[in-house]
Design a binder for this molecule. Sequence first.
Ligand code: ADP
Ligand code: CIR
Length: 346
Amino acid sequence: MNISDQYSDFSQDCHSLVSKYLTKVLFEHLKDKRTNNGFSLQQAINSGVVNPDSGIGIYAGDEASYATFAPLFDPIIEDYHGYGKDRLHISNLNPEDLNAANPDPEGHYIISTRIRVARNLHGLPLGTTISTEHRKLVEQRVVSALEKLVGDLAGRYYPLKTMSEADRARLISDHILFKAGDRFLQAAGLNRDWPESRGIFHNNDRTFSAWVNEEDHLRVISMQIGGDIKQVFTRLSAAVAEIGRELEFSRNHHLGYITSCPTNLGTAMRASVHINLPKLATDMAQLTSIADEYHLQVRGMHGEHTASEGSIFDVSNRRRLGVTEVECVQDMYDGIVVLIKIEQTL
Ligand code: ADP
Ligand code: CIR
C-alpha cells in the first residue's frame, strides 16, 4: 500500500461519499489522529483515494475508528443509511416476525436465496489492519466455534492455503466461496498475507457456510436453491445464535455490529435473491427506479462490482443500520414481490 499523508483533491467526476465529506480542513483536523491500534485516516481513506470510482471509499481499522474519525464517518453513515448520530440500533433475528411466504413457489423467477451477516471479534483489529498473528488467532477462535455446530449446521473447515486451485475455482463459480479482494479491498489492506488464515466452513449440502477472514473476521451465510426466504432466514438465525454462544462480537448500541465497511454496520446483513427478470432487464432505468423505491440494491450475478449475466440479477436489501434483521429481509421480500408482479405484466 502506498498511503499518502497529503490531502488529495478528488476530481470532479469522483462521486464517492468520502470525496463528498472529506474537506481539506477536515483532513488537516484528523490526519494526525490514530486509534488505539495505530489506524490512521490515511489508511481509512486509501481505497477511495486509489479508486476514484468508489461509491463510499472508506474502511475502518477497528471499532475505535468510528469514534476517532467520527467527523468523517458520521456524515457518511447518515448519507448512506439515513441514520443520525444519536440513534440506537435494535436487533431482531426472530424468524416468527418475518412475513415472507415463498413469492415464487413455481420457481419461474427466483433461482436462489442467500442471506449473510458479517461479524468481527471483540477486541481485535479489523482485517484492514490486523497483524498476521492476530489474523491467525481469529481463524483459530472462529473455526473452534464452527466445529462445535451440530445437526444440519455441522460441517468442515477448508483453509484456502491447502485448497487446490480447481476446488477453489469450482467453489467460487458455485457462489459458495469468496475470491481474493478486488481493487477496492486491496487498497483497503484486506488482501494482505493472502491466502494466509483464510478459509471456508460449510455443511454437507452447502446450505450453511462461513467465511473466515475475508472482508470481516467472519461472514455467516445461509443459502439454498429457490425462493423460500423464510427457511433461509430461519437457518441463518439458528446458526448466528449458536456461534454467538461461543464468540464475543464487536458491537455497540449506536452502530450495531461493527464491520470494516461502513455500509455493513448495524445488522451487517445482506439478504439477496438471484432472480431472472428477462422483461425488466430490457429497461434498466425502470428496474433501478423500482429498486430505489423499495430500498433494494442490484448487483451482478458474481457479486459486488460484477456485471449481470443476461437477465439474472442479484437483488438485495440496501438498508442495514437502524433497521432490524427482520426488516432487512422484509425489505428484500417486499421489493421482490413487486418486481415479480411488474415482470408478469410486461
Ligand atoms: P457479500 O458477501 O457481501 O454478499 P458478494 O456480493 O461478493 O458479497 O457475494 C458473494 C457471493 O455470493 C458471490 O459469489 C455471489 O454471486 C453469491 N451470491 C449472492 N447472492 C446470491 C444468491 N441469492 N444466490 C446464490 N449466490 C449468491
Ligand atoms: C466502494 O466504496 O464502492 C467500495 N469500497 C464498496 C462499498 C460497499 N459496497 C456497496 O455499498 N455496494
